[in-house]
Design a protein around this ligand. Structure first.
Ligand code: NAD
Length: 345
């Protein structure tokens, strides 16, 4: 088991990787706690949940909306959860975003913790304290920062995850390796079978490396005013592709990383060989899919990136495997590269 501490202004969060998820029951207050989960996770793991009130949401992105938060808050009031209450979210990124958001506003803020049950949540969503819900088709536009007391990442829970969800999470793991840890990239390259078999020991190591990196970035820049921006590698194109093609997030980000790596090559940041290793790895895990966005829509979709400032964006390039850099460039250049790349293919 590995314990990683995330320290931000006034909050300390413990990420417990390789711990049995059932241990959560020993880490939460005995009274005043409620569990938030989704129907799928409840169906598989619910029988082993601690004996506490359980509130379920429908699985999937559609539950990340203010009406769901409102209805959960009403149920917390009915259950007598007061300002000393505690929320334990058991599920993937949707459940942790909902739990964190609800905990940060309910009675002006109560404590929370997560058992992260998807690879995406374990390597990304549950570290960093960001949470958000969607407003119509605009993703994560309502949200705040709330550090959980602890997060349990039990790789054994990943055994029950559908393949598509598992690989979608793997894409974020590969992203972390590309932007921050060349050694992690090499381990992923050399352990295809172990990763596909979901070897718990190997996964504990990979998740720990990813969380360690994210924790170091977040501890330095919790509110994303500088360094934290590098975590958006692949996401400017990825979000546009996700909106247009409705791929799972990780697949869209993988396509975005392929483009961003190509863009880095075109601007002289990386070599052909490095670009080849990145695209080779994404292809090996079958993360790349066709995504021809029509020319008249590319600009419109990329302009919707909420990370832009005016007509510019701090675009994330890589300066070699394991090293990211941001450069403020006009959004028109981002659009131009997409169109040029797709026209060439
Ligand atoms: P998810 O929570 O929708 O889970 C994916 C699917 O897997 C769901 O159907 C769920 O019911 C099921 N599932 C979960 N655990 C399972 C298990 N152990 N066995 C079987 N099925 C299981 O999706 P996700 O990919 O975990 O998270 C995506 C969300 O995370 C997005 O809304 C995204 O915006 C958010 N996110 C947030 C942050 C952040 O910093 N707050 C970062 C990245 C992503």
């Amino acid at each position: 088991m590995e314990k990683i501490i995330v320290k931000t202004d006034g909050a300390v969060s413990e990420i417990l990787i390789g711990m049995k998820w059932e241990s959560a029951g020993e880490l939460i207050p005995v009274s005043g706690t409620a569990i938030i989960t989704d129907h799928n996770v409840n169906r598989i793991y619910g029988e082993r949940f601690p004996d506490l009130p359980v509130f379920q949401v429908k699985p999937g992105e559609a539950s990340k909306k203010i009406e769901v938060i409102e209805s959960l808050a009403e149920r917390l009031i009915e259950s007598g959860i007061d300002r000393n209450g505690f929320l334990l979210g058991i599920g993937g990124g949707v459940v942790s975003d909902i739990t964190g958001f609800l905990a940060s506003i309910y009675m002006r803020g109560i404590k929370c913790a997560y058992v992260s049950s998807t690879l995406l949540a374990q390597v990304d969503a549950s570290t960093g304290g960001k949470n958000g819900v969607n407003l119509g088709s605009t993703k994560n536009v309502l949200g705040c920062f709330k550090q959980p007391e602890f997060v349990i990442c039990d790789p054994l829970m990943l055994q029950t995850l559908p393949e598509e969800e598992y690989l979608s999470g793997l894409s974020e793991l590969i992203k972390t390796a590309i932007i921050g840890n060349a050694k992690l990239f090499e381990i992923i390259e050399n352990n295809y079978e172990g990763i596909m078999k979901r070897d718990p020991q190997l996964l504990t190591m990979l998740i720990s490396m990813a969380v360690n990196f994210k924790a170091s970035v977040v501890s330095e820049d919790e509110k994303e005013s500088g360094l934290r921006r590098i975590l958006n590698f692949g996401h400017t194109y990825g979000h546009a592709i996700e909106l247009y093609k409705s791929f799972r997030h990780g697949y869209a980000v993988a396509c975005g990383m392929e483009l961003s790596s190509g863009f880095s090559l075109a601007r002289g940041y990386i070599t052909d060989e490095e670009h080849g290793r990145i695209t080779g790895l994404l292809r090996r895990f079958k993360l790349l899919r066709p995504h021809m966005i029509p020319a008249d829509l590319v600009s419109q979709l990329i302009m919707r990136d909420k990370k832009k400032s005016g007509n510019d964006i701090h675009f994330v390039f890589i300066e070699g495997i394991g090293q990211a850099v941001t450069e403020k460039i006009p959004l028109t250049e981002v659009v131009k590269y997409y169109l040029q790349e797709k026209a060439e293919n």
